[in-house]
Design a protein around this ligand. Sequence first.
Ligand code: NAD
Length: 497
Amino acid sequence: MKISVIGVGYLGAVHAAGMAELGHDVVGLDVDARRVRQLEAGRAPFHEPGFDETLRRGLDLGRLRFTTEYEDIAGADVHFLGLGTPQRADGFGADLASLHAAVDALAAVLPARDGSPTLVVGKSTVPAGTARGLAERLERIEGVRLLWNPEFLREGFAVGDTLEPDRVVYGVRDPEAADAEIRMLDTVYAPILDGGTPRLVMGYEAAELVKVSANAFLATKISFINAISELCEATGADVTDVSRALGMDDRIGSRFLRAGVGFGGGCLPKDIRAFIASAEDLGVGQSLGFLREVDAINQRRRVRVVELAREMLGPLRGRRITVLGAAFKPDSDDVRDSPALEVASRLMAAGAHVTVTDPEALKNARGHVEGLVTVEDTAEALRGAELVLLLTEWRRYRDLDPSVAAELVAAPRIIDGRAVLDPRTWRAAGWELRALGRPDAPARAGTQVETAGQPAADEPPAAHEPPAAHEPPAAHGRAAAASTAGPDPAAPLLSRG
Ligand SMILES: NC(=O)c1ccc[n+]([C@@H]2O[C@H](COP(=O)([O-])OP(=O)(O)OC[C@H]3O[C@@H](n4cnc5c(N)ncnc54)[C@H](O)[C@@H]3O)[C@@H](O)[C@H]2O)c1
């Protein structure tokens, strides 16, 4: 099938390469000419495990092209919309300007068709009601039909999630009268659906709500355990004990139940805010009032890390602090609303000399925070630090050897912002270790400390290679995505065997 993908950012570029992988003839379109040139040359514009290979395979097979011209996509059978929907500058709502601009530009080139329809398929995350509004405009063109097909991929696992999703959701104007368009999208996704992936058809608004509800639920779960973490700090309990025992309840589950510096990225924070704004616009603001607290708890954890730094160092002015991690999560170079970078910025504002290191995200980080000092090499970043903050749980930081790291720093002090280090091992190696929601001193006698070798709260007990926080290991045969960043020159020196 001839397919276009409009907007080839994190979502769209992976979707375009994924559709070529399924055997379709795909053109990706973006207004960012630099990004288009990079993709055409087979260079991924962002770090995403497995994406480079999928991109190059599509290009080599001649099934994948990129353009900046809407005329080049006019003849496609199916047009996917992968435009960004960031938070508006003037409030909580979603900024739909680029989505509307793309739909206008597409409508201007779409030919009228009889026979099989032309499908426009929205994948962006949007407030309920958006699809119906866009359908009013697009379906004035003979033969054009709009579906809303929200995307659930996770950065770091995007290729696997695109090709083997948990479920596929089709939002249509009228589920009883959409046979032709449903059949057509089924043809696009045939290899996925033939593999047994459930496909659910529902109205536009339900499809839009599934996506934002999923993100709101995940954000709530993270903030829930972070709220409990605050209780742990007040009582001396260890939040990892609480989350581990909680997660063993099948009704609760252990995923997204790791306390730490909280969620960030280009989706969860802006999606819950847009959801709040949308509920208020619909006159049911009270229903999602709790999401304001979810957001507030998440923000408080960032501030708490800075407070912990002050508790450990006293006044921060002039102190040398190293932040491990800049991306909002491991296996990604995305720094949008990154907790690590916000903490780094707050420390800088307090006068600290901050050095940030990350295997993939330093270029983006520099573009995000003015004056940020970055160092590629972990050992070099640690050298001379008076305090280390682990804020993005890349494998190389989880595996740091505390004895070797202690030799590099000026003073062995660390804040584990992701609850991934074993406090006993680190303290035994001479480190002063503080962690969100965990006791400062070793646990009291009689308390069972199950940390060494213990899988994190969001990981299945048998996981041999603990996956990144909030992410499962490669499940359902998805592409494995351990930390695939290039080797850190210091890794052999710093990693525990
Ligand atoms: N990134 C994720 O992990 C993820 C996962 C699920 C859903 N989503 C949703 O998918 C959407 C896209 O997210 P993203 O992270 O890929 O955003 P992004 O900012 O990385 O990509 C958007 C792309 O659209 C392009 N664009 C802007 N205006 C355009 C126009 N008029 N015509 C053509 N291209 C245009 C931009 O240049 C950019 O490359 C958002 O709604 C997001 O919430 C993202």
